[in-house]
Design a binder for this molecule. Structure first.
Ligand SMILES: Nc1ncnc2c1ncn2[C@@H]1O[C@H](COP(=O)(O)OP(=O)(O)O)[C@@H](O)[C@H]1O
Ligand SMILES: [Mg+2]
Length: 283
């Protein structure tokens, strides 16, 4: 019985009910987070929420603190102050692998040494706690290992088909184009059964055709798999096509949030991108 749970979005006991993507439910809350590098307040009292089932856009001028904030949420950097709550649990300062087990993942470029493996192999190695990795346990539980390997192989095929990259399954990852590599990054999150995915500029350096494939994959993962996304992107066409709401960061904190129409109509956003109005006029 889940009737009451959307009424208690703060509850620590929210069921992990992945496909009930209620826009009322805050999957992640960033509360008054700050981090300085030396004298630079990269993130400065930043607070916002991401609703479960949303594709939330994060935009703002260069240096606004977007990537630093992502690194804090993903457990790569520790904030000086503030709190991050994921699915009702405080996760501030947890390392990336602990977040990964909870279904909160950030896509990273595949490491260079993985370029010498095929696309299929890159997907095969993702699942955590593969029993097959441990010789001792595999000796004693070989039946389970074989079953698990077969399940993983099936899942890899499913991911390859979903992303339309089955034709490059046996290609070395290093031979992929920039856009195909980004699809592989998304595929790696699919192997983990992510709930929430942080994407830092999925469109950067990608040609138009593959950009379409990436936006389609993001939308389908959202609609069909119930993934929640928070994505940083400079390409406003991508943001306009995918994101609602859009959060605008400037100087380490949230300037405003709203739909694309709200953002476009907001003079403070224009000002943040252009700098001080006097400077903008002088240019
Ligand atoms: N590792 C770091 N050391 C020192 N300063 C940093 C570091 N990372 C980011 N900064 C600074 O923090 C601010 C925010 O950077 P960043 O989070 O990359 O912004 P954005 O992603 O919005 O462009 C910038 O002034 C940047 O120069
Ligand atoms: Mg950045």
């Amino acid at each position: 019985m889940h009737a009451g749970w959307t009424c208690r979005p703060d509850s620590d006991t929210l069921p992990a009910h992945r496909l009930v993507a209620s826009r009322e439910t805050r999957l992640i809350r960033i509360e008054d987070v700050s981090l300085s590098f030396g004298g630079i307040r990269a993130v400065d009292g930043c607070s916002f929420e991401v609703a479960e089932g949303s594709i939330t856009g994060l935009i703002g001028p260069n240096g606004a603190g977007k990537s630093t904030l992502f690194n804090i949420v993903a457990g790569v950097l520790k904030p000086d102050s503030g709190r991050i709550v994921f699915d009702g649990e405080t996760i501030t300062g947890l390392p990336p692998h602990a977040l990964f087990h909870r279904g909160l993942v950030r896509t990273f470029q595949i490491p260079h040494e993985f370029y010498r493996m095929t696309v299929r192999e890159n997907l095969m190695i993702v699942p955590p706690e593969q029993t097959g990795e441990n010789l001792f346990s595999s000796w004693f539980r070989w039946g389970q290992v074989r079953r698990q390997d077969a399940e993983i192989a099936d899942k890899v095929d499913e991911v390859l088909a979903f992303l339309n990259i089955a034709h490059v399954a046996d290609e070395l990852a290093g031979n992929l184009s920039g856009g195909q590599k980004k699809l592989l990054d998304l595929g790696r999150t699919m192997m983990t059964d992510a709930r929430m995915v942080l994407l830092d500029e999925p469109g950067a350096g990608v040609n138009r055709t593959l950009l379409g494939a990436i936006t389609t994959a993001i939308r389908r993962l959202n609609e069909e798999r119930g993934y929640t996304f928070c994505l940083i992107e400079h390409d406003m066409d991508v943001i306009a096509e995918l994101c609602d709401p859009i959060i605008v960061m400037a100087q380490g904190s949230v300037l405003t949030r709203g739909t694309m129409a709200d953002i476009r109509a907001n003079p403070a956003v224009r000002e943040a991108y252009l700098g001080h109005p006097e400077t903008a006029e002088a240019e």
